[in-house]
Design a protein. Structure first.
Length: 418
């Protein structure tokens, strides 16, 4: 089917899905989860083809983003089942009051309609997005990246088979065949068909959507996340947090990219940081972290000299930009200049300093003594997520079910006229 045909089918399915009650939507989700596990072998077979097609052309970290295995597919199915357990976000009475004219004014949550998602090489996004859309009453139109073309289509095929098996129209889940830029642009300009567009990927994709979309668009994803180690930090705690934030899964948007260290402890802390991320990892046969160091840090430990560009880069790799700052105020100023407003953390035992940081860092998630890796729909209790919104209008932070609804006013009168 052409993109135009798919969009028309999606629009026609809006009323069908909007009329489904909570039990019907949950039955659909459970069928999709079961079908993913039943189709595991077929999905893994085509995922292997996707991996073979890009091996040697992309980094090992990016291959990890693309790779599926039985555990990950089971995790995708479990993520759908977790969405089933969440309250239905549609039809909630948000507020109610009687106006001066005697009208009963109700504000009620409703689906957005057709939600389109453009994403790159993470096939698990396919099932997450479909589950959240269906639970929130939205028809989804998926446009995956060319690197994961086979995997994403196999996942959609499995979920649609699950729907058909229980007599629910598969038209509520759609995926585009066109992975070209022209195809993406067509989706960005699908006025009258797409009610919200969500890009989920790198800075280039997000910028292209924000600049070119004529349909409503949510800015998501790019994560230049920082951890500031204060002079009153528990250094053991700081090292543990930084190791997790940088190395647990460096290819994701909530991984740490910048480490800011207070000058009062830099001479003591930076050698510990290098030992942990470079020497200890090398000794254990793991990939060491490349430290890109400001001039002051280079005076203390060896590493690569950082350029200004390094503090504006989402590496998505085993690379960490390190800067020595005088105090929390300078740390906050640095973040204001370089942050993408995703997730930033402070490590300190001083509550006053922590409060200053929290009040002045303008990010969707601000952490005190914890890893930035927790900015995640599942970890926030949302089941899974559509993406991490870094803007302020409509949605901010992990986008779960509530963020995929709007509202309408229902006005009940008894014959009033104005």
């Amino acid at each position: 089917m052409t993109t135009s045909d798919i969009l028309k089918s999606a629009r026609n399915a809006k009323m069908y899905l909007a009329s489904m009650d909570a039990d019907s939507k949950n039955r659909a989700l459970l069928a999709m989860a079961d079908a993913l596990e039943e189709g595991c072998d077929a999905i893994l077979a085509v995922n292997a083809q996707d991996l073979d097609a890009v091996r040697g052309q992309v980094s090992d970290v990016m291959l990890d983003r693309l790779m599926l295995n039985r555990e990950r597919i089971s995790g995708m199915a479990e993520g759908i089942r977790e969405v089933v357990a969440l309250p239905d976000p549609v039809g909630r009475l948000l507020t109610q009051r009687t106006t001066a004219d005697g009208l009963l004014l109700k504000k009620i949550s409703v689906p957005l309609g057709v939600v389109a998602i453009i994403y790159e090489s993470r096939p698990n996004v396919t099932s997450d997005a479909a589950a959240l859309c269906i639970k929130s009453g939205n028809v989804c139109v998926l446009r995956g990246g060319k690197e994961a073309y086979r995997s994403s289509h196999a996942i959609v095929d499995a979920m649609r088979k699950g729907l058909e098996k229980i007599g629910i129209s598969p038209a509520i889940i759609n995926i585009l065949d066109d992975t070209t830029r022209a195809g993406a642009t067509e989706l960005m300009k699908a006025n009258g068909y797409v009610d919200m567009l969500i890009p989920r990927g790198g800075a280039g994709l997000i910028r292209a959507c924000v600049e070119n979309a004529t349909v409503p668009c949510i800015e998501t994803g790019t994560g230049i996340c920082s951890v500031y180690v204060d002079k009153e930090a528990d250094q053991t705690k700081a090292l543990k947090i930084i190791e997790n934030a940088k190395t647990q899964r460096p290819s994701v948007c909530n991984a740490e990219e910048t480490c800011l260290v207070n000058s009062s402890i830099a001479a003591e802390f930076l050698p510990k940081l290098r030992k942990l991320l470079v020497e200890d990892r090398q000794a254990a046969g793991k990939k060491p972290v490349e430290l890109r160091l400001c001039d002051e840090a280079l005076k203390i430990i060896p590493g690569t000299a950082a350029t200004d560009k390094d503090f504006d880069t989402e590496f998505l790799d085993y690379i960490l930009a390190v800067k020595v700052v005088e105090n929390v105020e300078e740390a906050v100023r640095h973040i204001a200049l370089h942050s993408t407003h995703h997730s930033d953390a402070i490590i300190t035992e001083n509550k006053k300093t922590a409060d200053y940081y929290v009040a002045n860092v303008d990010s969707a998630a601000v952490y005190v003594n914890a890893s930035t890796r927790f900015t995640d729909g599942g970890k926030f209790g949302l089941g899974c997520e559509m993406g991490i919104s870094t803007q302020k209008l409509h949605a901010r932070g992990p986008m779960g079910l509530e963020e995929l609804t709007s509202y309408k006013y229902v006005v009940e009168g008894s014959g009033q006229i104005r």
